[in-house]
Every structure is written in C-alpha cells, then in structure tokens.
Design a protein around this ligand. Structure first.
Ligand SMILES: O=C(O)CCCC[C@@H]1SC[C@@H]2NC(=O)N[C@@H]21
Ligand code: NA
Length: 622
C-alpha cells in the first residue's frame, strides 16, 4: 500500500498497546513469584490441577481464537456473505461430545499429556506418533498466528514488521516461561476480555458512522450479504450448511476434544465436573465471538461497500483490507486504534502462549520423561521452561515461513486443523470407540490418514481449488446517499465456474470436510488393518480407555440388560507397568488432589469404569 494512504497511530494508541504487553508480563511474573513459584512440573505444566471452570473456559476460547479469527472471519463475511456463520451450529455437538465423551475418559486417567492415552490404549509407538503429529500441527499453526497480526498491520500502518513479530513472540515466550500454565490461563482471561472490547468498539463506531443499525441492515440486505440456508449436498462447495454444520463438528472435536492445548486445560481443572462445566461455558462465549466477528464483517460491508478502495489497498489480501477498514473507521478517535491493536495482539498472544505451554508439556511428558525416569523435579521443571522458550524462538522462524502461503489466513489455519487435527481425532476415536483396534492398525491408520490429508491439502493448493468458491455478492453500491453507483466486480480470479471432474474434483473437496474425511480414513484403515492382524480382545484393553458407545446409545435400556448387551468394561486398574506409586504431592488448600478428582463414581456416567487410579509417570520426589 502506498504510504500516502497508510494509517498512523497516536501516542495514546501506543500506550494502550504497551499496557497490554506490560499487564501480560506482570501476570507472568506474579505466577513466577507466587504459589509454588513454578518449581514442579505439576504446577508449571498442570497448574496444580486446581483450576476453577471460569478461567479454564475463557482460556479454552482464547487458545483457538487468534488474530486469524479476528481478521479472517470479517474478511470472509465481507467477501462471501454470512454462510460461515453456520459454523455456530457445529458448536453444539462440537462441545457436547468433548464434555461427555473425551473429558470423562481422559480426566479419569489422570494424564498430563493427551498422548499418554495412546500408550495406555495402544502402544508407546502410537503415543510418539501422536505427539510428533501434534507438535508439527501446533508449530505451523503458531507461525500463522504470529504472522497474521504482524504482516497485516505492517501492510496498512507501516508498523515495523519484525518489531511486531518480536513483540508478540518474545513477550509471549517470557511470560509463558516464567509463569507456566497458571500465567497462560490468567493472561488468556485478561486477553479474552480485551478481544471482546476491541471487536465491540469497532462495531459500535462502525454502526454509528454508517448511520445506525437500520442503515447497516438496509445496505447489507441490498448487498445480498445475508446467505440463506444452503443445503447443497455437493462436498466441493466451499461453505454450505453441511460443510460448516457437520464438517465443522469434526473440526471442533479435533480442537476441543483431543488437542493437547484444550485437554491440558480440562486436566488442570480441580474436578471432572469443573472440567465439564468449563466445556459448557465455552458454548455461549464462542457463539458471542463468532457473532461479533461476523457482525464486524457486515458493518464493514455497509460502511465501505459503496466506495472503491482497490487503488488504496493495492494487492493486499482481504485480511489486510479488514485492518485498513478498521484503522480508517477508528482514525481520529485516539485510543481506539490502539484498543483494536491490543485486541489483535491479545488474540495472538493468548493462542501462542497456549501453544508454547502445550508443546513444552508434550515434549517433556511424552518424549523426555519416559527416557529419564530418574530426572529430578527441579531439573524437569527447568527443562520445561527451556522448552517453552525454545518453542517461542521456533515460532518466530515459522512466522517468516508462513509468509509464503497465499490463502486467506482463516483458510490456512482451518486447513492445518483439517489436515493434521483430523487424523489425530481419528486416532483417538479409533481407540475410544473400537475395542478391537490394535497398535498396528492405529499406526497404519494414522500413516494413511496423514498421507491422504497432505495429498488432498497440497493438491488443492497446487490446483488452487479448495472448494468451488461461490460468486461473492456483488458490491452493488446503489446505496450511497448521493445516488452515485459504482459496482465493484469482486470476482476473484481463481473462481472455478466449471464443475471439476476426477482428481480435480477430489482436490476441490471443501477444506471444511478435511477433519471429517481424514478422521474416517484413519478409523477405516485402522479397523481394517486391526482385523487383518488380529483384533484386540476386550479383556486385553486397558480399562478406562474405551468409551462404551453402545452403552450410551442404549442408555434407555434397563441396567442388567445393558450390562449383558454391551459387556461393560470391568472396573480395572491401570496396568502396573504404567502406574507408579502416587507422587509425594502436597495437599492443596487442604484437599488431596489425588483423591479429590470429581464426583463419586455413582454421580458420573455409571457405565464408564471408574479407573481413577492415577496414571502418573515416574515422579520421584526431589
Ligand atoms: O482463530 C484461529 O486462530 C483459528 C480459526 C478458528 C478455529 C476454530 S473455528 C471454530 C472454532 N471457533 C473458534 O473461535 N475457533 C475454533
Ligand atoms: Na487467542
């Protein structure tokens, strides 16, 4: 963008932005110097497993609500209408299934890393594959999260590019390294509030400048931006009710069901009920953030649709357009551009801090501790801090790598989740719902699932056809008060009008189906190979690692009939090889966390065996 059109910040804006960074560092410092002063991995990685549901629920949202959603969703609504809003329909099952399937199973195994489940259910090899896949996914995703605010701001305001990347990366790595999971969760709480405030401010100012709600609605309606319920079953259409409402459920399960960043938050809850409650509390807040970012896109459309900004925007993508519009809207209102920048950086910081902490946790728990069982707590905690810092530096490198990708950031992020998160979800579903699945099947399933995912993902990038894009609503501007009409032909160059066939059709599968497609591939291959290599017998499966799906579906049957029908896994102990004597833990607020792990067995789902015997790695006393 040529400098003459660049928007600039006033000193007030920089002050607000600085306050965000200082406050985040302050919280990090506070948790470095209070409580157990981050001296054990139980505190540094698991927040002493003593968190309440409110901070956990806000942290759950912040972890996967980065600048990608803050910028990408309004850009999506502006260019393609409100179809994307239907992803909100996926939030029902996308949160109910984690609350009633994944949390009960994972919480009672007293894990630190979600991938310990894979060793319990399958083998160490499967656990390592799961861990490495997760690390790959989050490292790339972190790159997108750092890149988004930094490059978009640079394009519009000339804000020093590497200054922004360093500001996010270093501040984040520092407070995550100092304050551990407690600091990450409480900074997420603070940053989520800043995110809401920033988005709300843009909407209020934008509606006011457009002439009020009714004026916005009139323009949006006239611009045919409100998409109806598109029930087109064609899986290659980018956004329909099916790709968003159904495909979106698998995307949500891969994030809120089995992703380490979220599972770690469930496991850091003081009881299982608190974890389930935090999952329920995510629902209204997630709907609110979705609504805010969609409305922001509508307001932008109403405010700017009539004007042709192409010469100012130059080639910059739709994402940078959002920043341009926001800076233009807030220009002359000192402090508001700073608030929006704080909102953007809060979104990035909260996601990256969660990623850094979860990466340090799985690296420590899954890749290092099993090889050094005699490592002292002090050394393990120090190493965890070094890991968090190292991943922070790696994330800066990834910021540059991400710069090469062409798609809109929202699409890149969702593709990553679909391509990598989908197969991991498949692995957990294979383990939890199919007792016959064995380790060979699991490894083979994951291998084929990831290969298919990358084949289709890269194929779609190569042929630039990830889902046939619908013709975006023409920006008919016969709305301007002075009756001047200009029509901005916003026909993207890569729209594919002709229906693709054969391999191209395969590549043009909507990216919103990636999670579901890859999940089913892993399950299908996993089961086939398991049956070919000798399925596991029910009695050999570690108790508590299989969720008796039949028991749930037939919950209306009387107890005795259900027991006979679906041979509920007996109440069992975690196998001795994996179970160590409970660690010398300190009482927390007079409550012994080892035994205060939620409601009594009767209060929970009765058909889930109560294997609350702790699955703890060798945690020698210091
Ligand atoms: O914002 C991001 O960093 C990633 C894009 C959003 C990820 C998914 S979309 C459905 C769910 N709702 C959210 O706010 N995040 C997740
Ligand atoms: Na975030």
């Amino acid at each position: 963008m040529d400098p003459s059109h660049q928007k600039h910040f006033t000193i007030v804006d920089y002050v607000i932005f600085a306050i965000l960074l200082v406050a985040s560092m302050g919280i990090g410092l506070y948790y470095a110097l209070s409580g157990g002063r981050q001296r054990t991995t139980q505190e540094f990685l698991m927040a002493d497993r003593n968190m309440r549901c409110l901070p956990v629920s806000l942290s759950l949202i912040a972890s996967f609500q980065s600048a990608v959603a803050i910028i990408g969703v309004p850009a999506e609504i502006y260019t393609h209408g409100t179809q994307y809003w239907f992803i909100g329909c996926a939030y029902f099952l996308g949160l109910l299934i984690p609350a009633h399937v994944f949390i009960p199973v994972l919480y009672r195994l007293r894990l630190s890393s979600a991938y310990q489940y894979l060793e319990l259910r399958f083998s160490k090899a499967v656990r390592i594959c799961g861990t490495l896949t997760f690390i790959f996914q989050m490292v790339i995703y972190m790159g997108v999260c750092v890149y988004t605010p930094a490059f978009a701001l640079n394009a519009v305001t000339g804000f020093e590019l590497w200054g922004a990347v360093l500001a996010i990366g270093l501040v984040c790595a520092l407070y995550t390294t100092m304050g551990g999971l407690k600091a990450v969760i409480w900074t997420d709480v603070f940053q989520t509030i800043v995110m809401f405030a920033g988005q709300l401010a843009v909407i209020v100012v934008g509606v006011h400048q457009t002439g009020g709600v009714s004026e916005v609605w009139r323009k949006v309606w006239a611009g045919n931006l409100i998409s109806g319920l598109d029930l087109n079953p064609d899986p290659t259409v980018r956004h329909t009710f099916w790709t968003l409402g159904v495909g979106g459920v698998f995307l949500m399960l891969s994030l809120y069901g089995v992703n380490q960043a979220q599972v770690q938050r469930y496991l850091s809850s003081r009881t299982e009920k608190e974890a389930v409650r935090s999952c329920y509390m995510v629902f209204p807040s997630l709907q609110l953030t979705l609504a805010l970012s969609c409305v922001m896109g509508l307001v932008m459309f109403a405010r700017y649709c009539g004007e042709d900004h192409s010469e100012k925007l130059g080639g910059s993508s739709g994402d940078a357009m959002v920043i341009y519009f926001v800076m233009d809207m807030l220009q002359g209102l000192p402090g508001l551009p700073g608030l929006f920048m704080a909102c953007l950086f809060s979104a990035a910081l909260s996601t990256i801090s969660s990623a850094l902490n979860s990466l340090a946790t799985v690296t420590m728990e899954d890749l290092i501790k099993p090889h050094f069982p005699a490592m002292s707590e002090a050394r393990a905690t120090l190493l965890s801090k070094v890991l968090a810092l190292s991943y922070g530096l790696l994330c800066l490198v990834m910021a540059y790598v991400t710069h090469q990708m062409g798609d809109s950031v929202l699409q890149v992020a969702l593709k990553i989740f679909g391509m990598v998160g989908g197969p991991i979800l498949g692995l957990f579903c294979l383990g939890m719902f199919f007792p016959w699945a064995n380790s060979t099947g699991a490894v083979a399933g994951l291998g084929v699932g990831l290969s298919m995912a990358f084949w289709i993902g890269i194929g779609s990038i190569a042929t630039r056809s990830s889902g046939t894009r619908p013709l975006p609503p023409r920006c008919r501007a016969a709305l301007l008060s002075d009756n001047m009409t200009t029509v901005i032909e916003s026909l993207p160059s890569n729209v594919t009008l002709s229906l693709p066939s054969g391999l191209t059709r395969f590549y043009s599968l909507s990216y919103m189906w990636y999670s579901a497609f890859n999940c089913f591939t892993v399950i299908l291959i996993g089961l086939t190979i398991s049956f070919l290599t000798g399925p596991m017998k029910e009695e050999n499966v570690t108790p508590g690692t299989v969720y008796p799906l039949l028991g749930t579906l037939l919950c209306f049957l009387p107890e005795r009939l259900k027991k006979k029908l679906c041979c509920v896994t007996p109440l069992g102990q975690t196998p001795s090889s994996l179970q160590m004597p409970p660690p010398q833990h300190k009482e927390i607020n007079g409550v012994d966390p080892q035994h205060e792990s939620g409601p009594s067995w009767e209060e929970t789902d009765s058909f889930l065996p109560d294997t609350r015997t702790p699955f703890v790695e060798q945690e020698t006393t210091v």
